[in-house]
Design a binder for this molecule. Sequence first.
Ligand SMILES: Cc1ncc(COP(=O)(O)O)c(C=O)c1O
Length: 376
Amino acid sequence: MATSPYSIPLHKPFWGREEEKAAVAAMRSGTGVGDLTSSESLAHKITEITTSRYVLPTGSGTAALELACSILLSKGDQVILPSFTFSSCANAILLAGAKPVFCDIHLDTYNINLDEVKKKITKKTRAIMLVHYAGMACDLEKAGILAARYGLKIIEDAAHALGAKFKGRHLGTFGDVGCFSFHGTKNAASGEGGVFLTNDYKVFKAAEIMREKGTNRSSFMRGERRKYSWVNVGRSLVLSDILSAIALEQMKKLDKITELRRKNASYLLKKLSNLSPKIVLPVESEGSFANWHIFAIRVPKRIRDIVIEGLRNYGVEASFHYLPLHTSIMGKKLGYRRREFPITEEVASTLIRLPIYPQLKKSEMDYIAEVLQKVI
Ligand SMILES: Cc1ncc(COP(=O)(O)O)c(C=O)c1O
């Protein structure tokens, strides 16, 4: 892929010499396969940071979601999730033989509307998939009450949410399973990569086997058995030790990354406040400590694409986000129609993502604000 033609790209990984050195060291020390020392250290570091009991590095956030669904769901189950999310969420449910049941979101947080979730619960509902959009927490207290009342599992898609918290606790640690992503666009990045988190020993054990082609190789790698063999149906979802080494360095910088993004968000919010109410600015939701993975504004539908184009013409890589799943080609195949989820459609057609990465300078944010004003 070519390098970004924009002077201010949408994403810039916060990588330095530490990540380069760690990747080279991992390459020199062995074969780079999963479950070696860097993967182990990465899992320990994430346990230490999040306090989640069991942590498994995976090849991607998608892999973590697929692991979660294949373990928690059975054929014919239904899972309620927002339509305003990435295809990986619905794919993971479908690949487990279950049915994704889409739901609308809130206009202020872009997170799933739990009152709407309640209306969609049936005898077949097995789980709710919560997506913490932009690293802003869903209402986890309300979700917990709902799940307990109806005996549902919670799968937290925390792909955006490394370092973000709800009432002081890390996102991804509230549900039966939490899933993080180390995709190159995420706050902590290893190019591709992800993490599966759980506090449930049985779920962890099943995941460990499923993740390693259905074998007990992970326990063999820890020296707990002399041989490993095939024990169940499985997939290949481990994270290479080279990528784990990069992810580990990123985890060491997570507080710094979060702090810089929070600083940038508050500076941009101040700079753009004079454009309100022409544009809708993001707000940190109740109880949420956001990691500002995404800085999303909204503008009137009729000018959204023109504003994106205008920003791009001035070298600022702005973007739309999430074409709703229910209006996608696959969504239609599942029987969904346009106008079923009005808030989702409103948000998807008015949202603009602006650059917010840690290295962004004040002068660059001044420039973004100036260009936005001019374009609008
Ligand atoms: C909400 C959400 N979940 C899951 C994923 C998939 O993560 P990955 O790219 O690591 O597979 C993404 C991708 O960006 C995402 O936005």
